[in-house]
Design a protein around this ligand. Sequence first.
Ligand SMILES: Cc1ncc(C[n+]2csc(CCOP(=O)(O)OP(=O)(O)O)c2C)c(N)n1
Ligand code: SF4
Ligand SMILES: [Mg+2]
Length: 302
Amino acid sequence: MSKERIKIAEELYDIMPPEYQDLVKRATYGNDTRGWKDIGTAKELIEEHSLCAGCPESMAFRYILASLPNPEDTVMVGSTGCTSLVFPHVAVHNIHSLFGNQNAIASGLKRALSVRFPDRTKDVVVLAGDGATVDIGLDMTLQAWFRQEKFTTICFDNELYANTGGQESGLMQKGFVAKMAPVGKSFEKVRLPEIARESGCHYIVQCTVSKPNLIEKVIKNAIYVAREIGPTYLQIYTPCILEIGKNSMEGLQEMRDSEKPSERFAFKEYVSEPAKELLAERAAKEKERKAEAKRQLAAQTV
Ligand SMILES: Cc1ncc(C[n+]2csc(CCOP(=O)(O)OP(=O)(O)O)c2C)c(N)n1
Ligand code: SF4
Ligand SMILES: [Mg+2]
């Protein structure tokens, strides 16, 4: 990782937009320990967004962007939906795919990047809604996992098609009545985390964004495992507060209520054996890094 990637050539510095100059000066690029705690103190990779005020997707976006281990060498792939409104504001390379084919685009992209930059770590992260991931894009989602493509798929699960006014999605809970699904869902919520495990994903988590430490950890784990081993999948509950008629704080409470052990967004984590090994190695190195930092601090204060 290095800030060099985004450095402005001296001759062009004065004509670059102030936002870009600010980004180069104060962003967390090149910082191995970057995470959600940098939000509000370092230049963020997303500052504005065009989602509804207080939408939990905006919080989820912030945590994801703050937690990417390698943002200057990450390409995100989006799809149509509320999430796609945000990408124009994001300071990470990104591609907008046609609705549903995000995992096909990401597969080609990841392979092309490996050929073009064989000596550089390039991470690819798909970020799409439940309609894109589970309904219209399900074929592309599954085929990428079957082929063991090395990228992370993140689904912002708001349990409906929010951007088009509230139609039923495969991830909608049974019985739910939405603005454009008036008879109520007649089937159970599709169990995509379990399908992901059966389809070859090596690291799978279902959670909400109510706990920033946890979300940072799972994002980093998912990206490290995808980089080294194979496909990873995160399903994150980001309720559509417009559809359920809640404000921002109530949206946060909705996430907390839905992650209780007996509820549908109770924390779930599946880790394959090779992924367990990799994560254990990383944890041991991280422990050593922290111990070393502590030793150095103690030496300085003597
Ligand atoms: C090929 C194609 N089919 C349908 C649409 C219409 N469309 C736009 S957004 C959307 C629903 C998105 O739902 P989801 O993926 O859950 O994202 P959300 O808006 O809920 O975040 C649909 C059906 C489209 N833009 N392109
Ligand atoms: S429609 Fe729902 S999911 Fe979309 S931005 Fe508004 S609150 Fe968020
Ligand atoms: Mg949705």
